[in-house]
Design a protein around this ligand. Structure first.
Ligand code: ZN
Length: 350
């Protein structure tokens, strides 16, 4: 009788503490099974839902390649089940993708994308998350891990961001439909397929596979997975969690507050003008700057702004053909809004 009570007690204890006995005396924690859904963005016949297309690069094909590589890599880890929302080139609505993820009880949905911009100005990676509550928190935490991993691949990092639509809900459909079904979701925009900084990387051998492995590694770190096959154990991986916001965290809708320049030095022989620039934005970080020596008629490529500094210096080389050089700069925040500086006429170069 005593034995029976003890056995019952043990069973209850195991049930409530989540411990399950295996093989004789050994007792190990019951490992949680993580269900991951990977969503290769876009896809469809004809000219429907192609995603970004540029110089022979096709987003809908690239997202499927990355998603397949991510699944293959993730399946090398223990206690993880991976599904794709599509495995071929077909149209599936965003709502149906989210509904599928819900039907398999997904713990997190990762939507795979590549980027392009109307004027081909921008480059780098960005991650989008929900603006709301625990979904914001999960997306920010994952996004920060992912961004650090993508940076290791040589990609410039624009950050982890949110965007609300006019209805006050998440702007991006896949995020909105997942959150409506109680699943966190991020959109990973790996790189731009239309900018000279990213395209050589995008076209480098094995890049799609590298992106898939990077995404899988970030997921493994986020969930603390381990892989005997890979010989890695992220069960002790630590990250600093962002706080769960009390109210929705929307995007920064205003231009940077400060963008001012002065000319610190000129060098007649080289045509170099040393510009000192100060830029600030309280709503989102300054991430790019550009400069003009012809008073704002033409601008340089966007340059990388050091986010640890509010003031930095750089040389602008004015060609001999420029008769009356006037330096103007622009500071861009992570939402691609810019502020133009005061113009400074440069003398002493001719
Ligand atoms: Zn896309």
């Amino acid at each position: 009788m005593k034995k029976k009570i003890f056995a019952t007690l043990l069973a209850f204890t195991m049930f409530f503490t989540g411990f399950a006995p295996v093989k004789g005396d050994t007792v190990v924690a019951a490992e949680k099974q993580h269900i991951i859904v990977i969503d290769p963005g876009h896809g469809g016949e004809g000219d429907r839902n192609l995603g970004a297309q540029y110089n022979g690069l096709s987003e809908k094909a690239m997202t499927l390649q990355v998603a397949n590589a991510m699944k293959t890599e993730l399946e090398k880890y223990e206690n993880v089940t991976v599904y794709l929302t599509r495995t071929d080139d077909r149209f599936i609505s965003l709502e149906d993708r989210a509904a599928f993820a819900k039907s398999v009880n997904a713990e997190f949905v990762f939507s795979i994308h590549f980027n392009a911009s109307a004027e081909h100005l921008f480059y780098g990676s960005e991650v989008w998350t929900s603006a709301f509550d625990k979904y914001y928190q999960a997306g920010m935490n994952f996004g920060n891990i992912e961004s650090a991993e993508l940076a290791k691949c040589g990609l410039y990092q624009k950050g982890v961001k949110t965007k609300l639509g006019s209805s006050g809900n998440d702007y991006y459909g896949i995020i909105r439909h997942c959150v409506a079904r109680s699943m966190p979701c991020v959109i990973i925009e790996h790189a731009y397929i239309d900018h000279g900084y990213d395209v050589p990387l995008v076209k480098s051998p094995d890049f799609m596979n590298k992106m898939g492995v990077t995404d899988a590694t970030s997921v493994a770190k986020y969930f603390g997975l381990k892989s005997t096959a890979l010989g890695v154990d992220y069960s002790g991986f630590k990250y600093t969690s962002v706080a769960k916001p009390a109210s929705p965290v929307g995007q920064d809708n205003s231009d940077p507050e400060v963008c001012s320049i002065n000319v610190a030095a000129t060098d007649k022989a080289s045509g170099n003008v040393l510009v000192e620039m100060t830029a600030k934005d309280s709503g989102s970080p300054i991430i790019y700057f550009s400069y003009s020596y012809d008073g704002g008629k033409t601008y340089s490529y966007l340059q990388m702004w050091d986010r640890t500094k509010e003031t930095q210096s750089f040389n602008v080389t004015v060609p001999k053909s420029c008769q009356n050089p006037v330096i103007v700069c622009r500071a861009y925040n992570s939402y691609e809004l810019f502020k133009e500086s005061n113009p400074v006429a440069v003398t002493g170069l001719q």
